[in-house]
Design a protein. Sequence first.
Length: 169
Amino acid sequence: MVHSELYSTILSAFKEAGWSYNEVEGREVVRAGFEAHHTRVELHVQSFPQIPAVSVVAESPRTTTDPVKRERLAELAMRVNQTLTVGNFEIAWDSGRMFFRATNLFPTPQGDRKIIQGLVHNTVGEMDRISALEAIVYRADGPELASLDLAVLLDSGEFVPDVPAPDET
C-alpha cells in the first residue's frame, strides 16, 4: 500500500517522539497506548488525506447500559466540553462508552509533525483527566450517583496532575 504524505507525517511524528505504535493493515491508521497519570490511554490516529485532516481518538475501556450512569456520563462530557478549546468528548449512547476526539485540518497535504504530536498529547491528557471523574460516576449508585455535583468535581482541580516547572538551566 502506498501511503499518503499525511500518513507518512503521522509515522514520522511517532518515530520522532519515540512512541510505540502499531499500524492498522490496509488503512492509514496507527494505534498506540500511553501510561498517563490516572490510567492507560489507548488511542488511534487516522489520516484523511483527501481533506487533509488528522483525527486522534481515545476510547474509554468502561461501558454501561445503566441509563442513570449513562446520563451522568453525558452530563460530565457536556460540562467538560464547555471548557475545551481543542477536541471534544462524545458518548456512544448504546454502549455508554466515552470517547475523546481531536481533529485538525492542514493547509498542506503533508500536515505538520508538531501539530500531530500536540493532538496526541492533548488527547492523552484529556482522556486521563476525565478517567478519574468517570470512575467516580461508575462507582456511585442510587442516591450517591444522583447527588454527585459534577460541576464542583470539575472545578476542584484535584484530578489534574501537577505540571513540573521547566528547568531554567
